[in-house]
Design a protein around this ligand. Structure first.
Ligand code: NAP
Length: 293
């Protein structure tokens, strides 16, 4: 889905948009850039090697982006581990779905807020999320009970709690405006997941494709592109919300009460900081809580 969004953004508005792709394979990343350059004519694409399963690498990526860029207009929080046959702990000792799909993106977002604040077009973070999910407070790393779907859903719930908290922290602050938007695609997207899932699931998906259940990554990009390019005023009206697109308009989805629970958000925020164990991230988070709230 990240590739679909990048493809569409690269081709619109007279190819004005500069796009930084993050990925864990240099070869795939560079091939993707070549493909998008030739289909869009946009030559302002770059690639940063980023393995979200390694917190040390996330720190390197933050430093690289900070050293090369003075501002960012938008971050797309999208990458995610999908189907997995079994639980394999990351080198940081965590459940990979929790770390890749949520925690690393928590760290990345907090450390890039200063660049979003510098955007002349109005900085924004678009979170690719789906409804449902819960935090397994007694077993966040899912050591007792593991399932890839449960892991994906827990990370989705965590991302939605994070964006609501960020929105609340930024509310009422003069001179520093960033919007935080949770978007759920209303159709299933025919993505690289199809190549990864087991054969019976793949056969079922292929049948469903012919029944029109899926949309392409490019269609997904077209649906989402306005969130990246709309003016700041419109973007800010969506901040803190969980939305989808139906009948050609963005509509709000009623958020679960457990996601909106401030104590639960703070608890997750604190746990996340402890797990990141990164001084700079802790300092940014403390500043946000002390100065902005
Ligand atoms: N497909 C849907 O219908 C749908 C619907 C709603 C939401 N979503 C969500 O949308 C997001 C994208 O899903 P998708 O369907 O596009 O799946 P996908 O085709 O599998 O894409 C996931 C991307 O995440 C990257 N990724 C995985 N582990 C990583 C790591 N450790 N470090 C860096 N990048 C990593 C993958 O990189 P590699 O190419 O190296 O594997 C891939 O580029 C996920 O969060 C998913 O849960 C999907």
């Amino acid at each position: 889905m990240g590739k679909g969004v990048a493809k569409v953004l690269a081709g619109i508005d007279d190819q004005i948009h500069e796009i930084i792709l993050l990925g864990r394979s240099e070869e795939l990343g560079k091939a993707t850039i070549r493909e998008i350059e030739s289909s869009s004519g946009n030559k302002k694409l770059s690639f940063v090697l980023c393995d979200l399963a390694k917190l040390s690498n996330v720190r390197d990526v933050i430093n690289e982006i900070q050293s090369k860029h003075k501002y960012l207009d938008c971050i797309f929080i999208n990458a995610g581990l999908g189907y997995a046959p079994k639980r394999v702990e990351t080198e940081d000792g965590m459940d990979p779905h929790f770390q890749v799909n949520y925690l690393s993106q928590f760290m990345l977002t907090l450390n890039l807020l200063n660049l979003l604040e510098n955007s002349e077009n109005g900085g924004r973070v678009i979170f690719n999320v789906t409804r449902g999910g819960e935090i397994f407070w007694d077993d966040i790393q899912m050591k007792k009970k593991w399932g890839y779907e449960k892991g994906i859903q827990q990370a989705m719930a965590a991302k939605r709690m994070f964006l609501v908290e960020l929105h609340d922290l930024y509310k009422g602050v003069t001179g520093k405006k960033v919007s935080f938007i949770g978007f759920e695609i209303s159709k299933t997207v025919w993505s690289n997941q199809i190549a990864i899932i087991p054969a019976p699931m793949r056969i079922m998906a292929t049948l469903m494709k012919y029944l029109g259940t899926f949309i392409s990554i490019e269609k997904c990009g077209e649906i989402m592109a306005p969130l990246f390019t709309e003016n700041q005023e419109d973007s800010l009206t969506r901040s803190g919300k969980f939305i989808t697109r139906k009948n050609n308009e963005f509509i709000e989805i009623t958020e679960d009460v457990n996601i909106l629970d401030r104590d639960a958000q703070d608890r997750l925020w604190k746990i996340s900081l402890e797990l990141c164990a990164d001084e700079k991230t802790a300092r940014i988070a403390a500043d946000l809580h002390n100065c902005l709230r």
